[in-house]
Design a protein around this ligand. Structure first.
Ligand code: HEC
Length: 157
């Protein structure tokens, strides 16, 4: 019986663990479907309108900064790789926690971005995204300020 319990427990843990649907979301596909229309298929951005994500070290400003942008949007004047953009990104909070993790990982690993200088950080995880999402009331509208704060910290190093 004990063995049967272990086997059954293993099967349940493997197949029915919460949030563990069979497939890990495909970050590349999410980028292509949800981000590329603005940031362009190779993450190169569109001059004066959409900032590049390729070669943009801001994606490493903090462990969760890109997740905040995706959950809550971003608006305000920013300078990316010498180019000023004063626009707005809408929240894409219809993406699930795991989809946001996957697309952020994709952006951080693509186009040579992994080689950008940045401090070491644990990969983003779904629990962190869920916790941010739960704080929407207080965090929505703060992403631009958070970006400025993190930029200020980065500039001091
Ligand atoms: C409708 C157009 C649009 C879509 C779709 C979009 N973005 Fe954006 N994104 C923008 C704009 C515009 C900005 C700059 C906002 C500003 O000027 O303050 C931006 C900014 C960002 C930034 C901050 C860049 C920096 O240097 O601080 C990140 C990160 C980002 N987007 C990631 C994503 C990801 C990931 C997706 C897909 C899940 C996505 N965006 C989808 C328009 C878009």
């Amino acid at each position: 019986m004990r063995l049967a319990g272990l086997v059954l427990g293993g099967i349940l843990a493997g197949s029915l663990a919460p949030g563990a649907s069979a497939q890990t979301p495909d970050g590349a596909a999410i980028f292509r479907d949800q981000c590329a229309v603005c940031h362009q298929p190779a993450g190169q951005g569109l001059r004066g309108q959409f900032p590049p994500l390729a070669g943009n070290a801001d994606i490493f400003l903090s462990r969760d900064f890109p997740a905040r942008v995706v959950l809550f949007g971003l608006s305000g004047r920013i300078v990316v790789r010498g180019e000023t953009i004063d626009s707005a990104m809408p929240p894409l909070d219809f993406l699930s926690d795991r989809e946001i993790v996957a697309v952020v990982a994709f952006v951080r690993q693509s186009w040579g971005n992994a080689g950008l200088p940045h401090k070491a950080m644990k990969p983003l995880d779904a629990a962190t995204v869920a916790a941010l999402r739960a704080k929407k009331q207080t965090l929505a509208g703060t992403v631009f300020r958070e970006r400025e704060r993190l930029k200020g910290m980065a500039a001091k190093h």
